[in-house]
Design a binder for this molecule. Sequence first.
Ligand SMILES: Nc1ncnc2c1ncn2[C@@H]1O[C@H](COP(=O)(O)OP(=O)(O)OP(=O)(O)O)[C@@H](O)[C@H]1O
Ligand SMILES: [Mg+2]
Length: 364
Amino acid sequence: MPRLNLRAVSKRFHDFQALDTVSLDIPDGAFLALLGPSGCGKTTLLRLIAGLEVPDQGEICLDEQVVAGKMAFVPPEKRRVGMVFQSYALWPTMSVRGNIEFGLKISRLTAKERAARIDEVLEVVGLRGLGDRRPHELSGGQRQRVALARSLATRPKLILLDEPLANLDAHLREAMLAEFRRIHSLTGATFVFVTHDQDEAMAVATHVAVMDRGRLQQVGTPEALYRQPASPFVARFIGRGRTLPVRVLKSESGRTRVMLGQQLLDMPGHAEVGHGWLCFHASDLQRVAEGGELKTELVGQVFQNGAFLSHCIPTEIDGDVVSLPLAERLLPGTPIELVLRSGWVIGDGHSSADAQVTRRAQTA
Ligand SMILES: Nc1ncnc2c1ncn2[C@@H]1O[C@H](COP(=O)(O)OP(=O)(O)OP(=O)(O)O)[C@@H](O)[C@H]1O
Ligand SMILES: [Mg+2]
């Protein structure tokens, strides 16, 4: 059964720590989206899994076989891992069939078996009949499908996709995403998908992993990352979330009592008594005429998705701008009182976030 485990994997380039003790368990058949700011180590992680880089420390296991570690290193061609790059990397002078066959040459298949395999993957990616075209005779989306077909042809256990949709326009990206989802369920392979686009990730992924500066911040379902972020970084990163500083008075059985400025609130979450963060999204905020828990002042509006996305700065606490859609256009400086319909409280220390990462990774 295809299964990927990373145990405390670290990678350094000269004096730069690109990956720092990353541990991750990816279950069979998962579709994992890997998210994080530019330079956080996503491509490096994929290259380590594929065998294109060697970890300095830690261990990588595929199907319970150690493929990289202190005592072992299995070369890329023996890992049954397919990698699809942003740039497609197709051979321009070869036909579609030729490009797909290229990856099969090192297999022990006969010419007839190779031809059958090529027909099979062209069918899967919806390119039947286009096998004799050259890459320049294809659209961007079709080229991306050829790149995917090429990696599917070797029947990999695991497919790594490094921003595969970055070169496509919004419309095509959406269509290709639906295709990836279809191909994922058809092949049963495990997919690891790097993207800058969160909406994209949330739409297709069964699991989402968030990285920051070489460290894994949290792994979980899209809903868990959205509703129960393990750290302020994840809270702010996922779904344009916001955090406000709170004082945690009590935390018991998944409920917390916190002070937001002078307001006492009961919210779901886990945190040690002391300083903490209330995490929420625009959809958790509601404007009220008076008696709001969060008093703010409007600083600006933009018309978006049929409403005025309104940016408001808290006036009675020291916190960042919060944003919510309002139906009307208002003047900057208008007082806006808000209630929080929901939220999630976390502690201040990184230790609790890390503990949660480990727990989630174990239960993923
Ligand atoms: N071969 C290398 N030599 C030196 N530094 C490297 C090398 N490869 C990557 N790095 C550095 O390691 C860090 C992580 O790079 P990586 O390519 O994994 O980031 P990324 O998360 O994929 O970013 P992006 O979203 O921009 O593609 C970066 O700071 C990068 O400059
Ligand atoms: Mg990258």
